[in-house]
Design a protein around this ligand. Structure first.
Ligand code: C5P
Length: 230
């Protein structure tokens, strides 16, 4: 299982994305396509990035009834992405349908536990979940593992708890990562790449600390150095 830095390409067009990735020359970073880019450009953006040699995490966070998610995931299976995801809040039957749609494929299918923009207070006061964040994430992760998924999206702050509960081979893919000194923006549960590594994250997802940097290539290299090469 390779540790890697995944760049969240939260752009609104293929052109903006390609102009950004052109700055990386022969380096072909692992990229994440989220709702903004996918809804703007459709499945072709996945094919284009794959043809350019990038690994692709398609972050569409499906959350619907099991039948709908299963059928939608079967469509996504045809795209040949390296990773894609659903919301664990959709519950076990929905996650099983997602796993079944990718049976026999190499695509990693993971589940979002709690968004890294959700705070402990929001968990209790708005979502009315009485367990603490760590217990909620552990429990959602266990449901995901038992449903046959490969891992979860969580904060680096919960990576160790997830590995303890679900085993070291169960993947933790962790957004909520900032280079030291960068603004948190809307994220609440954040760490640096170096701390994410210490906490046992398998993949870090980094958006604005790279895409919003004056020199994105340098920021990416710094993330790689802190997370992998030290
Ligand atoms: O810019 P930033 O580094 O905060 O971007 C984080 C990316 O990870 C965004 O694309 C966001 O949609 C995604 N993400 C997240 N929290 C999750 C799941 C995905 O921030 N739980």
């Amino acid at each position: 299982m390779g540790k890697d830095v995944i760049i969240a390409c939260d752009f609104s067009s293929a052109k903006e994305t390609m102009d950004f990735l052109d700055r990386f020359g022969d380096l072909k970073p692992y990229v994440k396509i989220g709702m903004e880019l996918f809804y703007a450009e459709g499945p072709q953006i996945v094919r284009t990035l794959k043809a350019r040699g990038h690994k692709v995490f398609l972050d569409l966070k499906l959350h619907d009834i099991p039948n709908t998610v299963g059928k939608a995931m079967s469509v996504l299976n045809g795209l040949g992405v390296d990773m894609c995801n659903v919301h664990a809040a959709g519950a076990s039957e929905m996650m099983q349908a997602a796993a079944k749609a990718f049976a026999g494929s190499d695509t990693l299918v993971i589940a979002v536990t709690q968004l890294t923009s959700t705070s402990e207070a929001q968990l209790h006061d708005e979502l009315l979940i009485s367990s603490c964040m760590e217990e909620t994430v552990r429990s959602y992760a266990l449901n995901a593992r038992n449903a046959g998924l490969d891992g979860v999206v969580c904060s680096p702050l919960e990576a160790a708890a997830v590995h303890e509960t679900c085993g070291k081979d169960f993947l933790t893919v962790t957004p909520g990562v900032r280079l030291a000194g960068d603004s948190k923006g809307d994220q609440k549960r954040v760490t640096t790449p170096a701390i994410a590594r210490e906490l046992g994250s398998d993949y870090i997802v980094v958006g604005r600390s790279i895409t919003g940097a004056g020199d994105p290539l340098q920021a990416y290299r710094k993330c790689m150095e802190e997370f992998i090469d030290r």
